[in-house]
Design a binder for this molecule. Structure first.
Ligand code: AMP
Length: 500
């Protein structure tokens, strides 16, 4: 089935439900939203010869046009290639070319033309047609195995790859949201404060299916004050937020003496959430949190930690479960495996592997990478973790980030957890540095207010085995992050190499 059928269905059954909001202002109902998608689909076909299966790239910041453009592409049976708007035009051009896109929709003034953009035409979003009074014809028929979304990975460990997500993958992911993450109704509002080319955008589907409101912030990105204002105004707001966004939201709410009124759910994931941070978030904002763990290759759908598990302080095992990423979502099997893909017993760390309906069809035009990553239907995530007797998965690190010092495996995540508990530490990232004696030594990069290495060492050894303590601290104003806000450990390691 075509994922756009869900919008078609809403337009037929609930045409007057408010659908798209520019900030707090309603801009289109479900009829208007679908009519625009149909107009764009027709124009793509008639003007640009876009046929089912063709790729159309979208290089835009979050905006009120984003969803109609995506749905126009799917209505025509084509494949959307959303490109993170924060990328440099040269990186975007690389993705557009790699996807062999026939067309790229850009924002005014952001052209790829100077960057070896060889594929297809480039059109400005302002030139796309408005909703006409044409009939809302059904979307082009698609099979569940047909490609819907080419999702380019954030490339924290190398060049970005095109993850092939089918209509079936997107349906499975969305149904899992409704079962494992949160209930959705037409009273809800999905707020897009993180890039729609990534997780935030993937969460549109279930909200379309349930006829909810879709809210595009005026800032076109994340502004904590704006989120709190919109939530108060609109009510029942749900949003996806990376841990750094949660921290900023909590700081803003605390500063205002508020508690996130009007926020229904904050779904966090995408990077480790440290214990100290989620506890503070619960204190200030209350039981509004759900955690997901996923990756582009199994989008938003590996495990989930439900609201009750996160907020119920008195439940047995609460603290332990809070440090986990929860249990397998309904449409996937999750295992921890050794180097030969054999499952490991409960409690033993290994690589997390996933199989099921949300798992990608493979990497676009990259059979070698697909072969290395999908083994007999199991996706190797590259994440290290262990599953306890009750099925809770705790992530320790990316496999590439584990530090081997004097023959012991040291997981940077535990060290980061301890250091982030220190009141002066605002952000921390731990990496290994090559060392002739130990193989590798532990090095911490810290963003902090007025604290020195000696104090942090004392703090650390009060909490954790001394052999894990960082041998060196580097204090900096900020940590290098990619366009999704993930800390770039590769860059930290490069800095260390340069210093050596
Ligand atoms: P991406 O494909 O860019 O979304 O990155 C996915 C990676 O982010 C995963 O493989 C994990 O390493 C990390 N990640 C995602 N969700 C979580 C989470 N809840 N906790 C810790 N790390 C996460």
């Amino acid at each position: 089935m075509n994922i756009a059928n869900w919008l078609h269905d809403q337009a037929l059954c609930h045409p007057r439900r408010p659908a798209l909001f520019q900030g707090a202002t309603p801009v289109a109902d479900y009829h208007g939203f679908a009519a625009r998608a149909v107009a764009i689909a027709t124009w793509l076909g008639e003007r640009h010869g876009i046929a089912p299966g063709d790729r159309v790239a979208v290089f835009m910041k979050n905006s009120i046009d984003y969803l109609p453009v995506l749905y126009g592409i799917w209505w025509a049976g084509a494949v959307a290639v959303p490109v993170n708007a924060k990328l440099h035009a040269a990186e975007a051009a690389w993705i557009v070319n790699n996807a062999e896109s026939r067309l790229v929709v850009t924002e005014d003034g952001r052209t790829l033309a100077d960057h070896e953009h060889k594929q297809g035409a480039e059109i400005a979003v302002a030139d796309l047609p408005a909703a006409g009074d044409n009939a809302i014809v059904p979307p082009c028929s698609r099979h569940q195995d047909d490609l819907a979304w080419l999702f380019y990975t954030s490339g924290t460990t190398g060049r970005s790859k095109g993850v092939m997500l089918t209509h079936g993958n997107l349906v499975a992911m969305s149904l899992c949201y409704a079962v494992d993450v949160d209930t959705v109704s037409s009273d809800d509002a999905a707020l897009y404060a993180a890039p729609m080319s990534h997780g935030a955008g993937l969460y549109n589907f279930i909200h379309v299916r349930c006829g909810a409101r879709h809210v595009l912030p005026g800032s076109r990105g994340f502004d904590a004050a704006e989120v709190l204002d919109l939530a108060k105004h609109l009510g029942r707001v749900s949003m996806f937020a990376a841990p750094t966004m949660v921290k900023r939201l909590v700081a803003e709410a605390r500063h205002r003496g508020e508690h996130g009124e009007g926020l229904k759910s904050i779904i966090y994931g995408g990077a480790p959430m440290y214990n100290a941070d989620i506890r503070e978030a619960l204190d200030i904002l209350g039981p509004r949190f759900i955690q997901v763990y996923g990756q582009g290759e199994s989008p938003m759908t590996i495990t989930a930690l439900e609201r009750g598990r996160i907020s119920d302080h008195d439940a047995p095992g609460w603290a332990r479960q809070l440090a986990s990423v929860g249990r397998a979502q309904s449409c996937v099997d999750v295992r921890v495996v050794d180097d030969h893909m054999h499952p490991l017993p409960a409690g033993e760390p290994g690589e997390v592997a996933v199989r099921g309906q949300a798992v990608m069809a493979g990497y676009w035009r990259n059979p070698e990478a697909t072969e290395k990553t999908l083994i007999d239907g199991w996706l190797r995530t590259g994440d290290i973790g262990f599953i306890d007797e009750e099925g809770f998965l705790t992530l320790t690190d990316r496999s590439k980030d584990v530090i081997i010092s004097g023959g012991s495996n040291i997981y940077p995540r535990e060290i980061e957890e301890v250091l982030s508990l220190h009141p002066a530490v605002r952000e921390v990232s731990v990496v290994g540095q090559r060392d002739p004696e130990w193989g590798e030594i532990v090095v911490a990069f810290v963003v902090a207010d007025d604290v020195d290495a000696e104090t942090l060492t004392r703090w650390f050894t009060d909490h954790m085995a001394s052999f894990k303590k960082p041998k060196k601290y580097y204090f900096c104003d900020e940590l290098p992050k990619n366009n999704y806000g993930k800390i770039l450990k590769t860059e930290l390691r490069n800095r260390l190499e340069a210093l050596a």
